[in-house]
Design a protein around this ligand. Sequence first.
Ligand code: ADP
Ligand code: MG
Length: 698
Amino acid sequence: MSSLAPLPLSTQVTVLRGLGPARAAALQDAGIESLGDLLMQLPFRYVDRGCVVGLGDLEMRGFQPGVEDHDLITVLGQVHELRQSTTRIQRMALTEVLLNDGTGTLKLVFFNQPYLGRSLKIGDRLLAFGPLLKGRGGLEMRGPQLEMMGRGGESTEWVRRFLPLYRKLGPITGRVRQKLVDEALLRAHPPEEWLPPGLCGRLPDTLDALKLLHHPPDESDPRLLNQRETPAHQRLATEELFAFALGVELRRAGRLKRRGRVVPTSEGLREKLKSFLPFHLTGAQRKVFKEIVEDLTSGRVMHRLLQGDVGSGKTLVAFLSMAMVAETGGQGALLAPTEVLARQHALNFGRLLGDEAHRMQLLLGPMKAAEKREAIARIANGEARYIVGTHALFQEAVKFSDLRLVVVDEQHRFGVKQREALKQKGGDPHWLVMSATPIPRSLALALFGDLDQSVLDELPPGRQPITTKLLDQDAAERAWNLVEKEIAAGRQAFVVSPAIDPSDETKIKLRDIQAMESLIRARFPGLDLEVVHGRLKPDDMAARMNRFVSGDAKLLLATTVIEVGVDVPNATVMVVDHAERFGLSQLHQLRGRVGRGAHRSFFVMISDAETERLRALVETQDGFKIAQKDLEIRGPGEFFGTRQAGLPQFQVADLVRDRKLLQTCREAAAKAIAEGLSDAQKDWLRREQDRLKLAEVS
Ligand code: ADP
Ligand code: MG
């Protein structure tokens, strides 16, 4: 093999030997096309054979059974007995393997893996890696990862201390994978250095890093290896983040070169905007609006992310920005994620516009045909200057007469593609993107890196802190007493139940929204209440919400449909049932629905679980702090409640752990672009761009 010419990492994996069509297809399914792709998928774990636990020691060392990752242990032994049966209750295939290492025995238990019973033989030597649990006959290991170490009688010599474990890809077992990886490592030649010197510092080069991670030397630190924190990991993480940062910075640089419509400012415009204002702007609103005005008058295209805690007054800033274009001959469009919110914004804008409310137009999907036709006509002929709507704005045959600014409310619910669709509709409008939940800086950089950022870091005056309580189910009556008192005083209340997916079979019995409705009706006989959830038809939903907004209904029982933006200043108490089912940021967002008026407000979480985590809400009302904590606990995917939030997929880098590194890479990328990219950098970028789906990032 050494006689073959070395290959660049971009070479197709199909050059590797032993890759039949089935295996090649499995690699392709896993997104592995080049040698580099194959090598970048690192082992998910390293078994430290230096700390294999002797079976005789298991009971003695008093292992506490558990299923957490740190309770996983490694054992090694020969298959002594092998039993295949079917469980009585769920009729699952049950495979039991008794492992013996000469000092003791341990039972391994597998469900629904009948092929194991066929492929294992008495006498096989196995390395098993998994959680230790208390079974009926003592300790047992359930569903461990297995590594075949050879049949009885074969050499027992260890070649290396660290055994890398790879995820199985179809027909490609760990063994086969290792062989492919080894050949790739042998035949690849080191790529030209493409990281700026400031970033690669004393880290190993790309190929060395890959070698170190697929074949860790015996003296490696097992903790750093498994936590993905070795210098080799850092090298690869830096590459991913730098490539990503380059892509984002290039986009931003490209946008800044485009010519944007200039809003002509004048004394008259200033007076006009002032006349709309119902109250003085907060210092933060003034600062942020100034940033927006600078963008709109600069001749560049604005793409700005407006962040602010719940209730910080983003809507007013959005309105003023729209007025900038609407009062100077253009149109502004505000996109809301739901009809409820679109209506609410329209109501707000109508109030702010006063006599000129006719210059605003609402557009929703389920409007009556005639009404919709008229709306579309008013948008097309320019009578409508302030346009508010939902997805309908870009799904329907809407043509704008002169769209100059798009404001997107509660950004992350909009797909990038939908944003693109709207961009197509009107030249190259300015963009103001508002996020509902404060987003930690590292995520904001990753998701909205090519947007300039503004932060509203101040609440309007007169806000009282919201009294937050955490009660267990037994104390729930205290919550209902509070609700009773507030309603008696003329206020309104929210009760939130988690949306329960029937396929979700958690062991805890959850109270669903129907059960909650019965409970509330029994506790508050005769109370005027409304129930809303995600399965309602849009106009039904709107009608019910309106009865609460208008004050007719005193209590709103809801699943999280009220999460974003609903503004009912008379509502002073919110009770959230099964609070542990919600993310911290989501709870904070919910909490922001109360405390919007002059009255003292309350937020009560009912929960019997995860009280440690939920305490964070009792302790702080700072949305950015809560968001950071939420991100650390749940990771970026869950943080947004979806996995499709457009987050880049990194193999090694971790947006939480590597947030400082991302920032460093951003700065390095801006510098590299200013100085001109090298060919190696352009090459790398071209390849990474695909893998990281940079095109999908806003
Ligand atoms: P969010 O940032 O959560 O979208 P909103 O824009 O809904 O917040 O504003 C929250 C509340 O604060 C609204 O009732 C709004 O009228 C009020 N508000 C906004 N700006 C000010 C201000 N400068 N002074 C007083 N109240 C304000
Ligand atoms: Mg809002």
